[in-house]
Every structure is written in structure tokens, then in C-alpha cells.
Design a protein around this ligand. Structure first.
Ligand code: PEP
Length: 258
């Protein structure tokens, strides 16, 4: 049985004062929600992680980072290691987000190094894959997804594959207000499961959590999350206000849980 997992990717938003307000509001509002079958993760920017970590202590909210470097430590100016994230209470890290691929030239090979390092430090990587608008219009979505999945997971053992989350995030749907239809998203999720079953086993594929990301909001969340193979959401814009984030979590609690 797969649990729904809702993660909020704050991106480069919220200073520490705004972080305190938002985390406190999410915490308060979550208390009134039955969320037995839903895990909630917040991923603030690096500068807010320590304060957020303290604020969520004793609550069910989990902490994630938005990126990390694949080395243990050393002369890598401006970078943050998996060990550092772990030491402040992070349990998750988003890797390979399309904005990292687009603006910081991250490749599947580079993301693969980070994935392995995250798992080594017991951080669960939320690994993003997704096609561009051009890719979808040229009908090569599946080729793109297969190449990304094989690249970012290259060399991962059966044991390691059980410690990851995949987020399917069509690039054309991120921050654009245009979400994939539930059927479009579910079809790609099923395809991802098929690739994993070919690379590992059907059992492994069935257990894998695959989130959808791309303009998820309180209005479309239920329809997306109630699809057979959509196990949660990676939420950008709508996680920056407690109200919309909580309503998305609420929609997840309403879904049939397999
Ligand atoms: C994201 O950046 O991961 C994302 C899905 O953003 P948005 O919800 O704003 O489309």
C-alpha cells in the first residue's frame, strides 16, 4: 500500500521571518486535519532549514532540502553536503529539478552522483524527471523520461532503489498554471513504473512512490491524486501559502489509498 506524500518546494522564497510564520501556520492548520495516510514534507531554502527544523520538532512535518553536492566536504565554495543536511534534521532532498537542469546545466550523470550520495547518508532523494513542451509536442515524452530515469538511477542496487521517490514534473506545467490532465500524468507514471519493473522487478515498481508536480493547486489536487499511479505531489507555487498547501494535503487525505 503506497502512502500519499505531499512535498512543498519553496524554491528561492521566504526569509527566516517569513519561514517562521509559514511553518507555524502550516503546523497549526495540520493539527485539525486527519492525515494518517499522508506524509507532509517542506523544502525551504538552505538559509531557513535550521529554523524550520526546530519549528517542526514534535510535529509530523518532515524536512527536505532543494539541492546538495555529491562530495563529503572540502573546497567546493557555495555547496552543501548530504552530511550537513542530515545533521540539521533533513530527511529528504530534491534532486534534478528542471530549474537545476535548465539554469545550472545539471545532467543526468551529475544528478546520478548526487542520488547515490544522498542515499549513502540516509537522505531520501526526490528525483525529478519530465519532458519539455517541445518534447511533448514532438511525441517523444516517453523517450525523454526513459533516458532520464536510466541516467539518474544508473548503477543503483535493488536495495538503493527502495530508498528513492520519483517526481514526474512536465516542464511545461511548472509554474505556468497549466497542469497535465490526471490521465496524461497517470499514463507517464505507469510508464515510469514499467521502466522500473524492467530494470528491477515488478514488486519494486509497485512499491515506488511517484509524485506528480506541475501547477498542483487545491482545485486540481483531488483529481490528480486519486489516479491509480499518482502517489503524491511536489508542489511549488501553491505551497507558499498555508491555506493552499493545507487544502492540497486535505485533498490527498480524501483519496483512495491503495
Ligand atoms: C515545482 O517547482 O516543483 C513545481 C511543481 O512548481 P509549481 O507547482 O509552481 O508548478
Amino acid at each position: 500500500m503506497r502512502k500519499k506524500i505531499i512535498a512543498g518546494n519553496w524554491k528561492m522564497n521566504k526569509d527566516i521571518h517569513e519561514t517562521v510564520s509559514l511553518v507555524n501556520e502550516i503546523k497549526d492548520r495540520l493539527n485539525g486535519l486527519s492525515k494518517n495516510n499522508v506524509d507532509v514534507i517542506i523544502c525551504p531554502p538552505f538559509t531557513s532549514l535550521v529554523i524550520a527544523s526546530g519549528l517542526i520538532k514534535g510535529s509530523t512535518i518532515k524536512l527536505g532540502a532543494q539541492n546538495m553536492y555529491h562530495k563529503d566536504d572540502g573546497a567546493y565554495t557555495g555547496e552543501i553536503s548530504a552530511r550537513m543536511l542530515k545533521s540539521i534534521g533533513c530527511e529528504y532532498v530534491i534532486l534534478g529539478h528542471s530549474e537545476r537542469r535548465q539554469y545550472f546545466s545539471e545532467t543526468n550523470e551529475f544528478i546520478n552522483l548526487k542520488v547515490k550520495q544522498a542515499i549513502l547518508y540516509n537522505l531520501i532523494p526526490i528525483i525529478c524527471v519530465g519532458e519539455t513542451l517541445e518534447g511533448r509536442e514532438s511525441k517523444v515524452t516517453k523517450n525523454i523520461i526513459e533516458t532520464q530515469i536510466k541516467g539518474v538511477l544508473s548503477g543503483l542496487t535493488q536495495e538503493q532503489i527502495n530508498k528513492i521517490i520519483i517526481a514526474y514534473e512536465p516542464v511545461w506545467a511548472i509554474g505556468t498554471g497549466k497542469n497535465a490532465t490526471p490521465e496524461q500524468a497517470n499514463e507517464v507514471h505507469q510508464f515510469i513504473r514499467k521502466i522500473i519493473s524492467r530494470l528491477y522487478s515488478w514488486d519494486t515498481a509497485e512499491r515506488l512512490t511517484i509524485q506528480y508536480g506541475g501547477s498542483v493547486n487545491p482545485q486540481n489536487a483531488y483529481d490528480l491524486l486519486s489516479q491509480s499511479d499518482i502517489d503524491g505531489a511536489l508542489v511549488g507555487g501553491a505551497c507558499l501559502k498555508a491555506d493552499s498547501f493545507i487544502n492540497i494535503i486535505g485533498a490527498a487525505t480524501q483519496c483512495y489509498v491503495k
